[in-house]
Design a protein around this ligand. Structure first.
Ligand code: NAD
Length: 392
C-alpha cells in the first residue's frame, strides 16, 4: 500500500527533503505532501537585499506550485497548529488534519528575543519575504517622515545584533540609504545607522583581520558600531543599552539570534534546548519515523559542539532524508550524515564582502568574496532549477 511522506516546511531542508524523497519513492510507493505557511520557497540568504530594496521579490520567493508542478508532490499552504507524534497526526490552523507514515520536520528556527522587555513588540525582524518588505517600507517611511519632521528618531536606524544577519543587512542599507535619502531631499549625513552588538566583536566566526576589514568598510559608508554593549529594553521610540544609555529611534531591526521552532519543541519528540535531537541518520532520537532537516534540529559535530544552523547544513540534511526514509521503510541500511562545509561568506553590501572558504579557511575580501557569495546563491538556484527541470 502507498505510504504517506509528510514534510512540514519548505525552506532549504523541506524543499530538498521533498525532492530527495521523490527520487527514492515512485509515485505508486508514496504520496508526498509538503506543508508550508507561505506559498513560496524563500531564499533566506538573500532577504537582507530585499529589505534594502536591492533585489526583486521574484528572485527570493520561488512559487511552490511552480517548483513542484509535475513532480508528484502535493503542496498545502497552511500553518501547522499541532504535531501529535503519538498518533501520527498533524493539525493545521484551518482545522484540517493530516496523517503520515514518515514525518519530516523542516520548520526552521524562530527569532530569539531573550526575554528583553519591549523587543518583540517594537522591533522588525528578517525571517521571511514579508518581514523583509516590512523593513524596507518602514525605513522609507521614516526617512520620508524625517524630511518633514526633522525628528532625529526618524533618522536613526538601529540594527540589534552583529551576527551574519545584522551585518549583511547593515551593509545593504549603507549602500541603499543614500539613494532613498535623495528621493526625499534628505542628506545621508543626517542619518544615523547604528549596529549594536552585545559581545566585544561582530562576526566572531571570522579572523580579527577580516572583522577589522569589514568594520572599516562599513564605517566608511556611515555605519556606527557599538560593541560590547547589550540591548536591554526597547520601546516604540527608544532602545536602552546595558551601559545606561538610551538611543531615541523609531526603527529597530532585531537580528540578535534564533532559537528552535516552538511547534517542534512542543510536539513530544526529544529535544535539546528546543531543537530536535537526531541520530546519525537524521531520525529523531525518540521517534524513528520522524526525520529532521534544517534549523529545527540540532546536529552535533565530532567535538560534541552543535553545528550552526545554516542554509548549507539544512540543504545537505534534506538531501539525505529522502534516501534514509526509503531505507528505513524498506528495512535496508541507512546512510550516516556527514556534512561538508564549504566555508562562510558575508556580504557587506553590493560590492564588498568577506569570507573564509574551503577546508583550509582561505580568506577572501572585497569583490572576490562578494562574487563568491553571489556564485554560491546562483549555484543553489541552478541546483534546484536543474533538479526540478524548471525555467523561471
Ligand atoms: P547569531 O546568533 O549568529 O548572531 C546574533 C548576534 O546578536 C550575536 O553576535 C549576539 O552576540 C548578538 N546579540 C544577542 N543579544 C544581543 C543584545 N541583547 N544586544 C545586542 N546584541 C545581541 O544570529 P544570526 O546572525 O541571525 O544568524 C543565525 C544563523 O544563521 C547563524 O547560524 C548564521 O551562521 C546563519 N546565517 C548565515 C548567513 C551566511 O552564511 N551569510 C547569513 C545569515 C545567517
Amino acid at each position: 500500500m502507498s505510504k504517506h511522506i509528510l514534510i512540514l516546511g519548505s525552506g532549504y531542508g523541506g524543499l530538498l527533503s521533498a525532492l530527495s524523497a521523490r527520487e527514492h519513492f515512485s509515485e505508486e510507493e508514496a504520496v508526498i505532501t509538503v506543508v508550508n505557511k507561505e506559498s513560496s520557497h524563500q531564499i533566506m540568504t538573500e532577504l537582507h537585499r530585499l529589505a534594502a530594496g536591492n533585489v526583486a521579490e521574484k528572485a527570493v520567493a520561488l512559487p511552490l506550485d511552480k517548483l513542484f508542478k509535475g513532480r508528484g508532490i502535493q503542496v498545502k499552504v497552511g500553518t501547522v497548529q499541532e504535531i501529535a507524534v503519538g498518533n501520527k497526526k498533524v493539525t493545521l490552523h484551518d482545522g484540517s488534519a493530516l496523517t503520515y507514515d514518515i514525518l519530516v520536520l523542516a520548520l526552521g528556527s524562530e527569532t530569539n528575543y531573550f526575554g528583553i522587555p519591549g523587543l518583540k513588540e517594537h522591533s522588525l525582524t528578517l525571517k521571511s519575504v514579508d518581514e523583509a518588505h516590512r523593513v524596507y517600507a518602514h525605513v522609507r517611511q521614516r526617512i520620508q517622515a524625517y524630511s518633514e519632521s526633522k525628528n532625529p528618531a526618524d533618522a536613526t536606524i538601529v540594527i540589534g545584533g552583529g551576527g551574519l544577519t545584522g551585518v549583511e543587512l547593515v551593509g545593504e542599507l549603507a549602500d541603499e540609504l543614500p539613494g532613498i535619502c535623495r528621493e526625499y531631499g534628505v542628506s545621508y549625513s543626517e542619518i544615523s545607522l547604528k549596529l549594536i552588538e552585545a559581545m566585544p566583536t561582530i562576526l566572531p566566526m571570522f579572523s580579527p583581520e577580516l572583522i577589522a576589514r569589514a568594520m572599516e568598510s562599513l564605517e566608511k559608508r556611515g555605519v556606527q558600531f557599538l560593541t560590547n554593549v547589550p540591548i536591554t529594553e526597547a520601546t516604540a521610540t527608544t532602545v536602552s543599552l546595558k551601559d545606561g544609555s538610551t538611543i531615541a529611534t523609531n526603527t529597530i531591526v532585531w537580528t540578535g539570534g534564533v532559537q528552535g521552532n516552538t511547534r517542534v519543541a512542543e510536539c513530544g519528540i526529544e529535544v535539546n534546548r528546543g531543537r530536535a535531537t537526531v541520530n546519525e541518520f537524521l531520525q529523531s532520537t525518540s521517534h524513528p519515523e520522524v526525520f529532521l532537516a534544517g534549523d529545527c534540529a540540532v546536529v552535533f559535530g565530532p567535538e560534541g559542539r552543535p553545528y550552526p544552523p545554516t542554509a548549507q547544513l539544512a540543504w545537505q540534511m534534506g538531501e539525505l532524508v529522502g534516501a534514509n526514509a526509503a531505507a528505513y521503510l524498506n528495512g535496508s541500511p541507512m546512510t550516516a550524515f556527514s556534512p561538508v562545509f564549504s566555508g562562510t561568506l558575508a556580504s557587506l553590501g553590493r560590492k564588498d564582502g568577506i569570507g573564509s572558504v574551503g577546508e583550509n579557511g582561505i580568506e577572501l575580501k572585497g569583490l572576490p568574496a562578494s562574487l563568491m557569495k553571489k556564485a554560491s546563491n546562483a549555484r543553489y538556484l541552478s541546483h534546484i532549477e536543474g533538479l526540478f527541470a524548471l525555467a523561471y
